[in-house]
Design a binder for this molecule. Structure first.
Ligand SMILES: NC(=O)c1ccc[n+]([C@@H]2O[C@H](COP(=O)([O-])OP(=O)(O)OC[C@H]3O[C@@H](n4cnc5c(N)ncnc54)[C@H](OP(=O)(O)O)[C@@H]3O)[C@@H](O)[C@H]2O)c1
Length: 403
């Protein structure tokens, strides 16, 4: 029976990988869940070990004494203030960890490393990409492009594997839906708090992002489905040294999900929500890269000169919204009445959610590559989001809502 090591065991994506391995004690003999904190208890075959991945390889090798496995799931992530710092720190965490496994001799047993990255692979944060995004699309790098730490991590992984007896798989999830205990940095918590406060303020649920994105398409990744994908890809020989998009398998839009959100939180979508007069300072507009990712291949697609840069247009800028006194008061009332975590409004990631909802272009990822190899995992995005709200309510991060 194989063993596994999971880094980032408490994170939104890593936590579900640990849970999936934890549920299957018939297949997985031992699971080492690694992070700097422990946030929950585990079944007997899952052992939590504390590690600081920002240490050097020697220090980590000491901490990893006696820890070995056939499969490593690397889902640790440390967010920094600049793309260069993300490149440096997240690259070093992966490299030093792999070096440490070499030092302890654990790599002798190792068969595969599965690294979690994301759809920033395609430069979705820089502007419109080519649609749909496929794993063979060119990397968005070179003069004028900001560093992308996923590229650094993937190169480190591939270089190490070249000189080793193990191989690798990389995943590209997008707009993750999931729950991480005590971690407010996720889409579900922020959008749930926005809807719950809207209910408290009278029940009108106005889409805060751009009208363009409301009617565009997006693909989401349920963290539990991503975990299942990790387990499948670890065992599938044809996934060797390959990267894969991992999204739910449907293509969604807010025009479809917003009315469902409104119903769940007991709100109403105003019929003319994009024509409602708003305070003149309520919104914000941000220009993205002058050369969007799509520009990389525009000429070969016959679209030279036709690709406009992207924008992030928030009709209601969520950072400003979260600082409004009526919003703060409504959250305090709601949190006190329902016994919720008081600092939820403060901790929720409004900048991130504002960016996600304000983009003015589609985000569609193809699942064809994995499907060709036999992957048939799927979940309806609204079902996963609705289930996520219910779980967040159980964690006292959101109020209880309807079905
Ligand atoms: N969340 C999303 O919406 C999303 C979307 C697409 C892609 N991704 C990508 O998915 C990957 C995983 O991100 P995530 O969102 O799951 O991250 P996350 O929820 O922020 O979790 C990060 C994990 O890394 C651990 N960690 C951080 N610093 C560490 C350190 N110095 N030593 C040891 N462990 C450390 C954290 O545990 P402790 O704090 O307990 O140490 C936690 O378990 C990243 O590459 C991210 O860019 C995320």
């Amino acid at each position: 029976m194989p063993s596994a090591i999971v880094t980032g065991a408490t994170g939104i994506l890593g936590r579900e990988i640990v849970a999936a391995l934890g549920k299957d004690s018939e297949t997985w003999q031992t699971v080492h869940a690694l992070s700097r904190s422990q946030k929950e208890s585990y079944p007997p075959h899952v052992k939590h070990d504390f590690i600081d991945l920002t240490g050097d390889a020697k220090a980590m090798a000491k901490q990893l004494h006696g820890i070995e496995a056939e499969y490593v799931f690397f889902a640790a992530y440390l967010q920094k203030d600049s793309e260069q710092a993300n490149w440096d720190v997240n690259g070093a965490m992966l490299k030093n960890f792999l070096d440490a496994l070499e030092m302890t001799g654990a790599t002798q047993k190792l068969k595969r490393v599965i690294l979690t990255t994301g759809a920033k692979q395609y430069g979705v944060h820089l502007g419109p990409p080519k649609q749909p995004m496929e794993e063979s699309d060119p990397w968005i790098e070179g003069p004028g492009r900001p560093p992308n730490f996923y590229y650094n991590q993937q190169r480190i992984l591939a270089d190490k594997a070249k000189h080793a007896s193990w191989d690798w798989v990389v995943t590209y999830p997008n707009d993750v839906i999931g729950v991480a205990k005590g971690n407010f940095m996720n889409l579900g918590t922020s959008i749930g708090i926005y809807a719950a406060v809207s209910k408290e303020l009278g029940g009108e649920l106005v889409f805060p992002g751009s009208e363009a994105f409301y009617t565009s398409f997006d693909c989401f990744t349920y963290s539990r489905l991503h975990a299942q994908f990790n387990l499948w890809a670890a065992m599938e020989p044809r996934c060797s040294n390959q990267a894969f998009n991992v999204v739910n398998g449907d293509t969604e839009s807010w025009q479809n999900m917003w009315p469902k959100m409104a119903k769940k939180f007991g709100c109403k979508v105003p019929a003319n929500q994009f024509d409602l007069p708003l305070d003149k300072d309520a919104g914000s507009v941000m220009d993205l890269a002058p050369d969007p990712p799509m520009a990389e291949t525009a000429a070969e697609r016959g679209l030279q000169g036709k690709v406009a840069p992207g924008k992030v247009e928030q009709r209601i800028d969520l950072i400003k919204w979260s600082q409004r006194s009526d919003v703060k008061k409504a959250w305090q009332q709601l949190a006190a009445r329902e016994g919720l975590e008081k600092d939820g409004l403060e901790k929720a990631t409004w900048g991130f959610l504002g960016f996600v909802l304000g983009r003015n272009y589609d985000i569609v990822l193809s699942m064809s590559k994995a499907r060709r190899l036999g992957w048939n995992g799927y979940i309806d995005t609204w079902d996963s989001l609705s289930g996520c709200f219910d779980e967040l309510a159980m964690e006292k991060m959101l109020p209880r809502t309807g079905s």
